[in-house]
Design a protein around this ligand. Structure first.
Ligand code: SF4
Length: 421
């Protein structure tokens, strides 16, 4: 049985000693403190509710045995019936601490919403990766939408806990304010970027492409250059979380290609001008293949070398080299898989959770090569891309091993001959 549940039951039963005839007054306060400690360590509101329920059962079963006596001994009710009635009565009463536990756990967490966020973020990154029995470079970084809720983070940008701070801009002022539904949100975010930059922190602008902000991309790239921002992170829309709600707005593939071309050209121009800037793309591993085609067109002599490097990288690594531990300790294959939990680091070591392939999704993600169908299964560059982001396929088709609908490469580019009817 789960040790936390046993502890909760024992704490509940021990609370009775605080009342007559024992009269150990401070004891209930200590057992309640123990219950709160268990709630804080619990993995979810439901787990906290269960702990509260078990604590209540321990407390009431130990404390109201007189109900059984009055039903059976005094009232003459059959023993099994009296026991059942007492159990039901205690279960009903135990719902109250269960409810409190649920509310407590639900209100806790969200480290970016409380003071001290940088410390907790850094600790998660470092300790999580140390627990994994993999070689990994652990850095502490923060990415935020820079809304008023993340104020504490922005007030402490120079925290030594962070190597990097990424701040989202969804476009220029009008677009960003519309996205964030807040007048002046862009100005606040830009102010935060400048604060970080002036404090000597490495700072990046994060941008997720949709049809509504495509036109802002050139101006945003110029702003990154003018403001001396170190990094530009370009994200494709992924169909999870907020991205899942916005997927009807996903940029058409042609638009994606134009945006990628602009990124490559800007990056190359910066290189030629000696400007030190990083350009990163995310949430679409087909980018590696698209880059290879760009190299083939512009530097054909380098293409074999670049291809080898991209294949070494191997494309999508969710569930392998990328992990996500959320603010409650739940482990997910990556940040886009919050709807799929593998376990909780408060209940099981991360190294055990991460290597457990009894979960079918983890077994599939760790398979080499992954078994992906459709265009991905026939793709000539599967070794570079790895079949891309599985969560998009899962959200659209309910099959995490279907082809990625976010692939913007043509059949010719992936070496697939289209079927002729
Ligand atoms: S077809 Fe699939 S494997 Fe090939 S590049 Fe596109 S997403 Fe990647």
């Amino acid at each position: 049985m789960n040790r936390s549940l046993v502890a909760a039951a024992m704490l509940g039963a021990a609370s009775v000693l605080g009342f007559a005839p024992f009269g150990l007054f401070p004891l209930p306060l200590l057992t309640l403190a123990g219950l709160f400690a268990l709630w804080r360590r619990s993995g979810s509101p439901l787990a906290a509710a269960l702990l509260g329920f078990v604590w209540g059962l321990g407390f009431f079963l130990a404390g109201v045995s007189w109900v059984y006596v009055s039903l059976h001994d005094v009232g003459g009710m059959a023993a099994p019936l009296a026991a059942l009635a007492t159990l039901l009565f205690c279960s009903y009463l135990a719902l109250f601490p269960a409810f409190v536990g649920f509310l407590f756990r639900r209100g806790a967490g969200r480290p970016l919403a409380v003071e001290g966020a940088p410390r907790s973020g850094g600790a998660t990154a470092a300790s999580g990766m140390r627990d994994a029995s993999h070689e990994a470079a652990a850095t502490a970084s923060a990415s935020t939408v820079a809304s008023p809720r993340t104020g504490p983070l922005l007030r402490a940008p120079a925290s030594p806990d962070f190597d990097y701070v990424g701040i989202s801009l969804d476009g220029m002022a009008a677009t960003h304010d519309k996205f964030r539904r807040m007048q002046g949100a862009f100005d606040k975010s830009l102010h935060a970027i400048r604060l970080c930059r002036d404090a000597g922190l490495k700072v990046g602008v994060r941008f997720t492409l949709t049809q509504d902000n495509f036109d802002d991309l050139p101006a945003l790239l110029q702003l990154v250059e003018d403001e001396g921002v170190d990094r530009f992170y370009f994200s494709h829309l992924n169909y999870a979380g907020r991205g899942n709600k916005n997927r009807k707005d996903d940029a058409h593939h042609q638009m994606t290609r134009q945006a990628m071309d602009l990124l490559f050209d800007t990056c190359w121009r910066h290189q030629q001008q000696g400007l030190k800037k990083e350009f990163t793309t995310g949430n679409n591993d087909a980018d590696g293949v698209y880059l290879l085609h760009w190299v083939e067109r512009n530097f054909p002599g380098l293409a074999p070398h670049i291809r080898k490097k991209l294949a070494q990288w191997g494309g999508n690594s969710s569930g392998v080299n990328v992990a996500n531990i959320d603010n409650l300790g739940n482990v997910h294959p990556d940040t886009m898989w919050w709807h799929h939990t593998l376990g909780n680091v408060r209940e099981r070591p991360f190294s055990e959770i991460w290597t457990d392939i009894s979960d079918p999704l983890m077994a599939g993600l760790k398979a080499r090569p992954r078994h992906v169908g459709g265009r991905c299964g026939q793709c000539r560059h599967f070794d570079i891309c790895g079949g891309n982001t599985r969560v998009r396929a899962q959200q659209l088709t309910n099959d995490p091993w279907a082809e990625d609908p976010g692939c913007y490469l043509t059949d010719e580019e992936i070496g697939v001959v289209p079927c002729v009817a």
